[in-house]
Design a protein around this ligand. Sequence first.
Ligand code: PEP
Ligand code: MG
Length: 556
Amino acid sequence: MQVLRGVGVSPGRRAAPVARMAGPLSEPTAGQPLPEEDREGAVESINAASQQVRDELQAAASRATGAAAEILTVTATMATDPSLVKAAQSQVRDDGVRPERAVWVVARDLADQLTALGGNMAERATDVRDVRDRIVARLTGESGPGVPVRDEPYVLVAHDLAPADTAALDAESVVAIVTSGGGPTSHTSILARSLGIPCVVATDGADSLADGDVVAVDGGVGNVVVEPDEETLARYRDGADAPTSLEGPGATKDGHAVALLANIGDPSGAAGAAKLGAEGVGLFRTEFCFLGRERAPSVAEQVEQYSRVLAAFPGRKVVIRTLDAGADKPLPFVTSADEPNPALGVRGLRTSWDHPEVLGDQLVAIAEAQSASEAEVYVMAPMVATVGEAEAFVAECAKHGIDRAGIMIEIPAAALRAKDLLASAAFASVGTNDLTQYALASDRELAALAALSTPWQPAVLDLIATACEGAAVHGRPVGVCGEAAADPALAPVLVGLGVTSLSMTARSLPAVGAVLATLTLDECRDLATLAREAASAEQARDAVRARISVLDVWGL
Ligand code: PEP
Ligand code: MG
């Protein structure tokens, strides 16, 4: 049996036949003009194809939530937009252009016009091209772009997934995801974890997998077995018995409390996380309120959105992170488009240097939402590097009546000097996605660097240990809210390093909580030592996994 190796980013074992994501369509050739008598039929075929595409996207929108649902609804409307459909039909009727060619040409011109307009309009060009490919695929009978539709469960294999693809994913039919691209903190990985779908990214040889090949995927270990034997199949096919619900508050076997919190990106995520039993919210990413806009949302709008999140957690902790724009989250009204290295640029808290009013308004909105709610509100800043920044942020929060102000530790400098930063900040939350990126000088989005970009790197564990030791001097709590917290093997290591709460996509809470409950605090400390003594990320991970027997039993 051939075993492909990649990076396991969402645990679980499943086996099923492969369905590949279709590649991009090629431009239809002009060919001979259609004879007069065939033109009306061709005109009608454009109507039928565009309506089918609209219905397909609307159906996907109704299965999605939040921003994804909005994107899909807008794209669905575009499929039958007269500026596309009527213009293409005229070309067929008047000049005998073949329908697939007519749709292609009209959509291309439309996309070019939108690109030229810039701003939000330019972003719509991608949607026009997506709709174009879907209509053309219908007309030519080729496989359309996006996630395949199958009656039977399958393993989705792709180079990487785009946001619109992932929004349309149906967790019932996609039993696992394997990609050749992507990294542990890429969009695909984050989505797979949030849907609870086992996933392996940066998989060597994934591009050679063909439709119908049977594969057994282990999303915890990062293996993909090609054409597995009966015994392997039996172990993988039905999935293992991993716990699917959260049993009480998070704690080690000997009762050391570790709050199990949720990462959320919008108000609908808050309701979902509360339903899954999260003890609170450890990271509320507020970017959803700002992205895709020409200017910042009003204070009133922010109050309304934040209040909806707080309402889901009365009496519970909710950590709101202030705007983290820049790098992978560009925002024209606060970030610059021409920085040579945006990940090392004016991002996160740094955007408030030139735009203090954006942070000020956000704090006004948070304070107002807090005063009308029963939640225990905490506020933290992303990308804090220095003592001065921490002090200024805490002072700014205090000015707005917010006294539980903390910092994210995402920059090695902040981890190393946590003792100094936490003299003023009331708590810290380690963003392991960025901390790993900066510690290893390895872009978190790059598949080629996936083996480097893992929080299992002993150097990253050392930084977290140092941050915990520094915070302990002032008795300050340190949580982890990066993707590391969602790894059921790494979570006990983090607890052993001194981390006091773990925040993750809500779907990962049951598995992490269950594994933690099988280990004592001393065992977690031993695991932390074992991992830090390893010479590499792989060795750290293998050594720790070998010690936690339930991982194998539960297929995590
Ligand atoms: C992180 O960097 O780990 C983090 C939680 O922040 P984000 O992923 O939003 O950058
Ligand atoms: Mg970050």
